[in-house]
Design a protein around this ligand. Structure first.
Ligand SMILES: Nc1ncnc2c1ncn2[C@@H]1O[C@H](COP(=O)(O)OP(=O)(O)OP(=O)(O)O)[C@@H](O)[C@H]1O
Length: 457
């Protein structure tokens, strides 16, 4: 499923698993969303649940009857939501709906189905308290915290960049929630760049740019996610530039995220790019092992689920790409444990994650890394084993060694052997050097992100 589709429709879903673990309830905030999920995704969701559970699982779609339910309901919680309307629709894995449930579903009252969107669009669950801190996000978190407490002062704009699923959006919501906790009347808006583009297009079609300006230019804090989506959208860039200038002039704060640092953005006007870089630009790195373990333990605790530390280590060692995947792995393990009435253990985790683990084992080998890195830097694969030392060859070789240590279970001597029989100290030197340089050289960091994503498929 394309990431955008997933983020729009599937990711925001809140699910409750019944006590008997044979049904899952999805709580939808509006009739519109309920219809979309039912028509387009329910069958796939039901099939996925059945695959995880190893038995048929009834999928129930219900409307929340008041705002807040969606956030209050934690995924896979065993509590039944208090404020659900009893309009169940049962869907089996083949996509067929239960005929008896259909009439109840088809006769809603419009008022009941309506759930007003909060104007700031913040997810109340994404706070500083729920964001685990580690070296990977320490600087970004500190800057974000400063902005939340002293908006309009230092670090304006704050530009946060990093790879997929590393907590950029979480950090933005945390800033907004923190500011509102201290100043409930503050005008805050979280918006995805694509939604901003849509707003510009709508204002253009309806000739309502005055309303658009009144809305955006009056904010105290604008949180705008994934600004790389502005690429090639001339009119949007112009409107964003205007909003940007107006907000900075009145000392409102702007926080942006992107998958790359400002100068790495393509097809965005230079005058915007230079403004993006004019405050503070901070990176969020992929979390290291200990941070991944801490995140897993914290997420399990939030779900009131028991996760032994050795299982957390096992998962963290095997799921290295990003926090979203880490969360997905944990969710799978907990669901697997509930459905099978078994305690969480390494054996159970191995079983629950067998697909994911087999994909990883298949994909990431040292040979694969050598080939991918050689292709990327346009050198020969044979140069990975050769004794040649010019920088244009030695550096990619060091990068490949670093990735081999990061992405495979191989030891330093084993890696050295695979790089033309080099000593383990040579590999260690390369690993340390690249790891240190990654912290300061944005371009190298970006290249490593691309290579990691390529290798992980
Ligand atoms: N340090 C952390 N502590 C706790 N949870 C985290 C942390 N980092 C990320 N997460 C969680 O991981 C998931 C993905 O994070 P988020 O959506 O913020 O990533 P992102 O960087 O914005 O990704 P994308 O670029 O794909 O939008 C979220 O559920 C978030 O709460």
């Amino acid at each position: 499923m394309p990431a955008q589709q997933f983020n729009t429709w599937i990711r925001p879903l809140a699910a409750q698993v019944s006590q008997t673990a044979d049904s899952v309830t999805l709580v939808l905030p509006s009739r519109f969303k309920l219809d979309c999920i039912r028509n387009q995704y329910a069958a796939r969701i039901a099939a996925a649940l059945q695959a995880v559970a190893g038995q048929p699982v009834a999928l129930e779609l219900v409307l929340a009857s008041r705002p807040g339910v969606r956030k209050a309901a934690s995924p896979a919680s065993s509590n039944t939501p208090q404020s659900l309307q009893s309009e169940p629709l049962w869907i089996s894995a083949d996509g067929s709906a239960d005929a008896q449930a259909e009439p109840a579903f088809a006769a809603p009252t419009a008022a009941k189905a309506k759930l007003p969107e909060p104007t700031h669009r913040l997810n109340g669950g994404l706070t500083f308290a729920t964001l685990v801190e580690g070296t990977a996000n320490r600087m970004a978190r500190a800057a974000a915290m400063h902005v939340a407490h002293h908006p309009g002062q230092l670090y304006n704009p704050l530009f946060i960049y990093g790879g997929v699923g590393l907590g950029k959006t979480h950090l933005m919501h945390a800033i907004g929630n923190q500011l509102l906790a201290g100043r409930a009347a503050a005008k805050v808006l979280y918006i995805h760049a694509e939604q901003f583009v849509t707003d510009v297009v709508k204002s253009y079609q309806r000739k309502t740019f005055d309303e658009f300006k009144a809305r955006y230019h009056s904010l105290d804090l604008l949180l705008i996610d994934d600004v790389q989506f502005f690429a090639n959208k001339e009119r949007t860039q112009e409107e964003f530039f205007n909003a940007f200038e107006a907000l900075l002039a009145k000392k409102s704060h702007i926080v942006m995220t992107s998958d790359t640092y400002p100068k790495g953005l393509t097809d965005i006007h230079e005058r915007l790019v230079s403004r993006f870089d004019a405050g503070l630009t901070v990176a969020i790195e992929p979390p290291e092992l200990e941070m991944r373990v801490a995140i897993l333990l914290s997420k399990a605790e939030a779900e009131a689920a028991a996760l032994p530390e050795d299982v957390a280590f096992f998962v963290a060692k095997n799921v290295r790409s990003n926090v979203r995947e880490l969360e997905g792995a944990l969710r799978k393990i907990l669901a697997y444990s509930r459905f099978n009435h078994k305690e969480v253990s390494i054996a159970l985790a191995r079983e629950a994650l067998r697909d994911l683990l087999s994909i990883q084992n298949r994909q990431i080998s040292v040979e694969n890394i050598q080939k991918t890195v050689a292709d990327f830097y346009k050198i020969k694969v044979a140069d990975m084993y050769s004794r040649k030392r010019p920088a244009n060859i030695a550096r990619p070789r060091q990068i490949a060694m670093f990735l081999a240590k990061e992405l495979t279970q191989k030891s330093l001597p084993e890696i050295g052997e695979l790089f033309g029989g080099r000593d383990h100290t040579t590999v260690l030197h390369a690993v340390r050097k690249i790891a240190a340089e990654r912290q300061t050289l944005s371009e190298l960091n970006q290249q490593l992100h691309v290579l990691e994503q390529t290798l992980k498929g």
